[in-house]
Design a protein around this ligand. Structure first.
Ligand code: 5GP
Length: 133
């Protein structure tokens, strides 16, 4: 059975798309630690654990995430874009990209931001506008 993230990348479940390629898809986390918190996933494998990916997919995913992070940094005022891989909840490899003002912003126990659909859409559009593939 397809994972929820496969369904999102296929457009079967709605998401706030930030960027996509044939092999990878980036979209806003629905329970963000910060405005611009983005998830980057591979489309062609549902491997649960990032370190089970083959080298080519792993390298492609991280290179795509780098381009997304560059776009986030341009669109969202922040000091750095933090990177995290947890996979405690959704069993489909994904990289978290989180705009940071300070170290504590990458604590996944923090209260998540509540954003309106309009704000999610604005943020996704702002990042997408800065994305260069
Ligand atoms: P993890 O598996 O890395 O521990 O956490 C999964 C992340 O995916 C969480 O930050 C959660 O908010 C996000 N997430 C879970 N389900 C959905 C969904 O249906 N849509 C979106 N956009 N994000 C999701």
């Amino acid at each position: 059975m397809a994972t929820i993230f496969t369904k999102i990348a296929a457009g079967e479940i709605p998401s706030y798309k930030v960027a996509e390629s044939e092999d990878f898809y980036a979209f806003l986390d629905i329970n963000p630690l910060a405005e611009g918190h983005t998830l980057v996933i591979p489309r062609k494998t549902e491997a649960d654990y990032i370190f089970d990916l083959d080298d080519e997919t792993y390298a492609g995913l991280t290179a795509f995430a780098k381009k997304v992070a560059v776009a986030i940094k341009k669109a969202i005022p922040c000091k750095r874009v933090g990177v995290a891989v947890l996979g405690m909840e959704v069993p489909h490899t994904h990289i978290h990209l989180v705009p940071l003002q300070s170290e504590g912003d990458l604590n996944f126990s923090n209260k998540k931001k509540q954003l309106t659909p309009e704000r999610f859409a604005e943020i996704a559009a702002a990042i997408a506008a800065e994305f260069n593939d």
